[in-house]
Design a protein around this ligand. Structure first.
Ligand code: KIV
Ligand code: ZN
Length: 388
């Protein structure tokens, strides 16, 4: 069978945008560990840090660059020669280095360095040219692209392409866009900007309105072929697009989104847990794909359905994201079929009468406790056996 799926490149920025999240600072050793897991999982590009930001960031990016096996290693730099030089000093050790340089192009962001449109256009030309003289692989981002005037956005993207940028990233810096707009923006840029067909367009979404994943996938529908994301959606404010969500959405809904990634999805759960631990940002229970409850069921109807056919209430197999099995949580909503199944898993065989007795006591207990654990169930078995 021929493969008709187009590749979408995964750019992970857990160690840069993710770590920028207040309180998410990681140690040097933790960054090396996460970079190794990302590389091993099949992430195409790792944004390892912001080398000018601190001596520690510089060291981390340099060492990750030296250790990388398959991934491109990227560092971030503002539109300043000093930043770009420092970035290059850090990433140049990689087998595949990339410089990512950016400047805020929206009216609010232009006001900060106090540059008018022409001065900023000149700055973009000069800094992208400088980066390209150092490195063959240059990414340029107009920060706050989704609030930048359309004509000016096209003008700056064209300048960056002519100056040698190989990837153009379109950031939704404040999570302001919506799926229909996100798709149109990329589609119209590709259709309008001269030279757009010679570069890769990337999407970089923040989750302020809870739409980062939807906006990223819409951008892919519009022609983006690089998704920027982080593990667990770690990132400033409400976070970035979650890597595990876009990767699994493309995998599960390949019928309507015919794009593939290189990610080994069986490694998702492990890296999610490691990032949660080292960043100190716990994953919410109902977080898609990697939350504690993403493959857990308590209600009797759901548990019964799951025991008959897992597809009744699950669109992904837990093994595909690195979980051993679905978790049928024993609580007040659980039914008799799930209780019997649980007892079997625990190696306990009971007759119909004892099961009936255990079930009555189990429901009484479950009304008093949020979750009934294996030990509680064993105690019920003992109590009903002794009562025989
Ligand atoms: O959100 C953003 O605009 C960024 C840029 C630096 C790419 O993170
Ligand atoms: Zn960002």
């Amino acid at each position: 069978m021929t493969n008709t799926k187009e590749r979408v490149v995964i750019f992970d920025t857990t160690l840069r945008d993710g770590e920028q999240s207040p309180g998410a600072t990681m140690t040097h050793a933790e960054k090396l560990e996460i970079a190794e897991l990302l590389d091993d999982m099949g992430v195409d590009i790792i944004e390892a840090g912001f080398p000018i930001a601190s001596e520690g960031d510089f060291r981390a990016v340099s060492e990750i660059a030296q250790r990388s096996k398959q991934s491109v290693i990227c560092g971030l730099a503002r539109a300043q020669y000093g930043d770009i030089d420092r970035c290059w000093e850090a990433v140049k050790h990689a087998a595949q280095p990339r410089i990512h340089t950016f400047i805020g192009t929206s009216p609010l962001h232009r006001a900060i360095p106090n540059l008018d449109m022409d001065e900023m256009a000149q700055r973009i030309h000069d800094t992208v040219t400088h980066a390209r003289n150092l490195c063959d692989n240059v990414q340029w981002s107009p920060m706050d692209a989704t609030r930048t005037e359309w004509d000016y956005l096209c003008r700056t993207v064209e300048i960056a392409i002519k100056a040698g940028a190989t990837t153009i990233n379109i950031p939704d810096t404040v999570g302001y866009t919506a799926p229909v707009e996100s798709a149109d923006l990329i589609r119209n840029l590709i259709a309008t900007v001269p030279g757009a067909d010679s570069v890769i367009f990337a999407t970089h979404c923040h989750n302020d309105l809870g739409m980062a994943t939807a906006n990223s996938l819409a951008a892919v529908a519009g022609g983006a072929r690089q998704i920027e994301c982080t593990i667990n959606g770690l990132g400033e404010r409400a976070g970035n697009t979650a890597l595990e969500e876009v990767v699994m959405a493309l995998r599960v809904r390949g019928d309507i989104m015919p794009y593939e990634t290189r990610i080994d999805t069986k490694k998702l759960m492990h890296i999610s847990r490691r990032v949660a631990t080292v960043s100190g940002f716990a994953v919410q229970f109902n977080k898609a794909i990697v939350g504690k409850n993403a493959f857990a069921h308590e209600s009797g109807i759901h548990q019964d359905g799951m025991l008959k056919n897992a597809e009744t209430f699950e669109i992904m197999r837990p093994e595909d994201v690195g979980l051993a099995a679905t978790n049928l949580v024993m609580g007040k909503h659980s039914g008799r079929a799930a209780l019997r199944d649980k007892l079997r898993q625990m190696g306990v065989e009971v007759g119909d009468n004892q099961l009936k007795d255990i079930f009555v006591r189990f429901k009484e207990l479950a009304d008093r406790k949020k979750e009934v654990y294996d030990d509680d169930i064993l105690a019920l078995v003992t109590a009903t056996t002794e009562g025989d």
